[in-house]
Each structure stands twice: as C-alpha cells, then as structure tokens.
Design a protein around this ligand. Structure first.
Ligand code: DX5
Ligand code: ZN
Length: 216
C-alpha cells in the first residue's frame, strides 16, 4: 500500500495549525516539511521554530526535507525540532557519509534526496546506510510545478539498486504528484508519495489523501 506525505508548503501559512490538524485526521503516514535557505534553492520557507511549533500538535511523524547548503551543520537542531526523518540533498553535502552517520547517531532516520538530474547510481556506495531515498520529480524550490516523467525510470533503477544491495531504504517521490502521475510511480515501486498542491488545493484534502492511497 502506498504511503502519502502531504507537503505543508502548499498549505495556507496563515492557518498552518489547521493544515496540520487536517493531516492528523487523514490517512497520511507522514507530514512533509520543506526547509529552504535561499542559497541551495532560490526560495526561503520555514525554519526550526516553526517545525517545533508544528511538532507540538502533529500526530504523524515529521519528514523534514532540507533544501539547504551543508545541512550537516544542523543535525541537532533538526532533531530537537522534532524531526523523525531528516532528508538531506546529495548535491548539498561534501561529506555525505559523515552526515548520514551523524543523522542516525542523533536518533533520526536518514534520507538522501536527489535532484532530477542526479543519477540514482550515485548512491551505490551509501545505499546500505540509508533509511530513505527521496527522488525529486521537479526542481526543488517551489510547489505546484510540473512532474518530470523521467522520474519513473529512476524509481525502477533505484528499486533494482536497493534489491542488489540488500538495503532497507524506502523510496519517496516529491513534486507534481497527483492522481494522474501517481499510478506509474506506484507501479515502478515507490513507497511514499509527497503531495502538496494536489492535497491542499483539493476541496477535501482528507479525501484527496485517501484517493491517492486507493490507487495502490
Ligand atoms: C518542492 C518541495 C515539495 C513541494 C511539492 O521543492 O520539495 O515538497 O511542496 O509540491 P507539489 O506537490 O505541489 O509539487
Ligand atoms: Zn519536499
């Protein structure tokens, strides 16, 4: 069964608490939180105080996606803010092996995120250490962008790499996920789908989550 992680980036930030309550009441498995630094990506969103506030009312584990340069600097702050999964970009870490081990030693699940142009094969020598791989199906920085179809093939190749290495990593996809793009991702072997505008742009976000799950 596919899992869904609604992305709060598409929520009304003036009513963030209501959006978290909506996710709490839905069949979602995780709450996806997008942190941007205006350097790694051309946008700035939310930071640790807001994640901590979300954590006080969230009843789903927090999946924190750091679109920031050198994320290894913030492992303890991300953990203290309440993250369950810390996702760092492959492209943002000079010493990825060290960052992954630091995340796990801090008690969080370690996720590595790949931009659309980064091959999944670049993870071959770290995949056994990962709890999650997040494949970007849009260029990170903004919600509401068009799905990049090549992602489906990346899911298939990543599924193969995981099987070959005996890794327990789950495959999560982020960007442009909706009822039209999800079926091919599920068929290719995705485990978790992040969905922002599809969920919070829907008249009934709780039903939107259930409709995605019902595809699998
Ligand atoms: C984009 C973010 C995504 C974003 C997805 O940089 O990482 O999590 O919220 O939004 P949608 O689902 O609207 O493409
Ligand atoms: Zn994200």
């Amino acid at each position: 069964m596919i899992q869904v992680a609604p992305s709060l980036l598409a929520a009304d930030f003036a009513r963030l608490g209501e959006a978290v309550e909506t996710v709490n009441r839905s069949e979602a498995s995780l709450i996806h939180i997008d942190v941007m630094d205006g350097l790694f990506v051309p946008n700035i969103t939310i930071g640790f105080p807001v994640i901590s506030a979300i954590n006080t009312i969230a009843r789903k584990p927090l999946d924190v996606h750091l679109m920031i340069t050198d994320p290894g600097r913030y492992v303890n702050q991300v953990r203290d803010a309440g993250a369950h999964i810390m996702n760092v970009h492959w492209e943002a870490c000079t010493h990825l092996d060290r960052v992954v081990h630091t995340i796990r030693a801090a008690g969080m699940k370690a996720g590595v995120t790949l931009n659309p142009a980064t091959p999944v094969e670049f993870l071959r020598d770290i995949i056994a250490e990962l709890d999650l791989v997040l494949l970007m199906s849009v260029n990170p920085g903004f919600g509401g962008q068009k799905f990049i179809p090549n992602t489906v093939d990346k899911v298939r190749r990543l599924r193969k790499l995981i099987a070959e290495s005996g890794s327990k990593a789950v495959i999560e996809i982020d960007g442009g996920v909706d009822l039209t793009t999800a079926p091919a991702l599920i068929e290719a072997g995705a485990d978790v789908l992040v969905a922002g505008s599809y969920v919070f742009g829907a008249p009934d976000p709780i039903k939107a989550v259930s409709d995605l799950i019902a595809l699998s």
